[in-house]
Design a protein around this ligand. Structure first.
Ligand SMILES: [Zn+2]
Length: 454
């Protein structure tokens, strides 16, 4: 949006004008050498992976409200200052403070067995000592609506297989209130996952204010299927659920912000970042320690190579993406007066797997420029540009709503939902070379977008 505000028509026409080849040639010619040096610099060693290892092995998970999140933020701020980044600061944000406590699910009938479960973020707990009830298994929210009369006083299990994240997440976020409206005493869901070794996956649930708040948890895919098979055979299925989950008063946290101040137009900004918080399982290495470190390392690489673009490059590690989005809102509010000078806001939050390019929400004129910048990533096969409406990433949503072009790193997502929001999300699932290529992709896009003359 920043690039062609006064010449929108020209930019929209650009693809059909003879001058297009020259314009493409300009970006390719001007920035080829610097892009290659950024790719070489990012992929020369495993420094990003080592830094991510320090972050996640030292501090572990980083759930909003936790001491580990704030200790991790302190460490990042100190390390950014030691890197020589500028205007390093934590911008205050009050975040929800949900705690899991002890929890378990046990099959009582037709036999006793432990079930692999994780409470859903935001859930209420069960009464002390737990609750025991017969289970109604349904395969969809539509089936629950049809069989609502059977749900009263029971635990509803939504055994809905993964299709696509947004559609399947809907079951996790809205299923518990749907079950409560049917009179259920608790709600279980099948984990939102594309592969399972009996590991449950958590994630946020959202209570509808019109429904009772009932305890909500995810079972592993295998346990959900087991209960479904038992019901299909006509066996009575009874489960005891125990959860100490509760929500405490909001807690203080911070968005991490650091800059490389622009040499000509310091008040114009390119934002790149990830979210520093995570769920309270595993290490949040993939979601989203990796994205946070990729953005941070990209800016550190610019600094290390002595590259100072015309505009300011600002790394933002948003807090509370997972269960509130308060960091994203706080950034938008704190920077409201300068949002019209935000050239681009880019997040990496799909795991730092092999990068394939970029996903952009922005005008045709911005896309025409970004497409040329993306072509600089051809040497590592990350030149693809996809376009979406709205915002491609969660933390950039408030910025997209304010008219800022927003972007997400496009990566090979084939393994993401194997580990997402589970105990499996640890450093070993990531590859140093893939992470390094993500650093390169973020560094090249951020640098060129911040340095273009107009
Ligand atoms: Zn995430």
């Amino acid at each position: 949006m920043r690039f062609c505000r006064s010449a929108t028509v020209l930019c929209l026409l650009l693809p059909w004008l003879p001058g297009r080849a020259a314009a493409q040639g300009d970006i390719a010619t001007t920035y080829r050498a610097v892009a290659d040096s950024l790719i070489r610099g990012a992929t020369a060693d495993s420094s990003a992976y080592r830094r991510l290892g320090r972050l996640v092995d030292t501090f572990g998970h980083r759930l909003s409200g936790s001491a580990s999140l704030e200790a991790a933020i302190d460490w990042v701020l100190d390390a950014m200052k030691a890197d020589g980044l500028e205007n390093v600061r934590g911008e205050p944000v009050m975040v929800p403070h949900w705690v899991r406590g002890a929890e378990s699910a046990e099959l009582v009938k037709p036999r006793r067995a432990r079930l692999a479960m994780l409470g859903l973020g935001g859930s209420v707990g069960t009464p002390k000592g737990g609750l025991t009830a017969s289970v109604l298994v349904v395969g969809s929210l539509e089936e629950l609506a049809r069989r609502a009369a059977e749900a009263k006083g029971r635990i509803v299990l939504l055994d809905v297989p993964f299709t696509e994240y947004t559609a399947t997440r809907h079951v996790r976020s809205d299923g518990p209130s749907a079950a409560a409206r049917a009179g259920a005493v608790a709600c279980l869901i099948r984990s939102v996952a594309t592969l399972s070794i009996r590991n449950p996956h958590t994630g946020a649930t959202l209570y509808d204010s019109s429904a009772a708040r009932i305890p909500a948890a995810a079972l592993s895919v295998e346990d959900a299927m087991l209960l479904h098979r038992l019901q299909d055979r006509g066996e009575p299925v009874v489960v005891t659920l125990r959860m100490e989950a509760r929500t405490l008063p909001d807690a203080p946290s911070r968005n991490v912000v650091a800059e490389l101040i622009g040499r000509e137009r310091p008040d114009e900004v390119v934002v790149l970042g990830g979210h520093i918080d995570s769920w309270d399982v595993g290490q949040g290495a993939m979601d989203d320690g990796g994205g946070s470190v990729a953005a941070w390392e990209a800016v550190r690489l610019l600094k290390r190579l002595g590259l100072r673009p015309r505009r300011t490059v600002r790394v933002v590690l948003w807090t509370n993406e997972e269960n509130g989005g308060r960091g994203a809102d706080a950034y938008r509010n704190a920077h409201a007066a300068e949002l019209d000078r935000h050239v681009l806001a880019m997040e990496s939050d799909n795991g730092v797997f092999n990068p394939r390019g970029y996903v952009l929400a922005g005008s045709d004129s911005v896309a025409a420029v970004v497409r040329q910048v993306a072509m600089l990533m051809q040497p590592i096969g990350a030149a693809r540009l996809q376009r979406v409406e709205g915002s491609p990433a969660a933390d950039t949503e408030p910025l997209a709503a304010a008219g800022v072009p927003t972007m997400e790193l496009d990566v090979d997502g084939s393994r993401y939902f194997w580990y997402h929001h589970s105990d499996g999300d640890m450093l070993d699932k990531l590859d140093p070379g893939e992470l390094a290529r993500c650093v390169a992709a973020m560094a090249v896009m951020a640098y060129v977008m911040a340095d273009l003359p107009s």
